[in-house]
Design a protein around this ligand. Sequence first.
Ligand SMILES: [Zn+2]
Length: 212
Amino acid sequence: MRVWATLVAAVTVGVLAATAQATARPVTAQDRALLARPATAEEQIAAQVARRLTGHNVSVRCGSLGVSSPNILGVTPLYDGHSFDYFLMRPQECTLLAWFHRAPSRWDPRSCTGEDCSYVPSIAMALAVVAHESYHILGYSNEAQVECYGMQSIWFVASKLGATVPEAQALASLYATKMYPLRRTQTPQYWSPQCRDGGKLDLRPSLARWPS
Ligand SMILES: [Zn+2]
C-alpha cells in the first residue's frame, strides 16, 4: 500500500453543512507551495494562537484546502496519529480572524447591533476552526472529540486575539448554544452527547462553567 493511502486529512466542517465530510488526502505539492511562501499577517496571528494552544511550532496558511466541499473550512493532514505541525484554512476564515483581531469588542454577541452583526456566528466559527485544527495538531483524529475540545478553547483563541475574558466567553457560549447543537443532525460525526458540562469530554470537569 502506498504510504499516503492511509493518510487522513482531518477536516472542519461548517455548521451549515448538510453532511459531515472526512476526506483522505496526502500532504500535497500544493500544501508545500503554500508553506513555502511567507505567512501573511493574518496567518501569523492564527499560528501564534495555535502555538500557544498546542506547544507545537505550528504554521498556518489560508488558501486552497485541496478538498472539494465548500463546507470544509480547515484541514490538518495527519499520519499515524501525528500531524505535520501545519493546518490550512479557507481564505475567508483568515479574513474573519483579521476582522476580529482588529476590533474584538465590536463582535460581542451580547451587544452587537449593527447590520454586520450577521457575521458574528461566522466569526465564532473562524475562532472554532483555529481551536479545532489545533487539537488535530496534537494528533487527535476523532472528530467528535476534537470538535468538543476545540469548542472549549474558543475563549482562549478569542482572548489571544484581543478579546476580554467576558467577550471571549460570550462567543464560546454562542457557539455552544446556537451552533454546536445543529451538529447533532447536520454533521453527527462532529457531535457527542458527552460534550457537555460534566460529560466525558469536559476538559475542566471540576468547573461548572461551560464551555469556557
Ligand atoms: Zn476535524
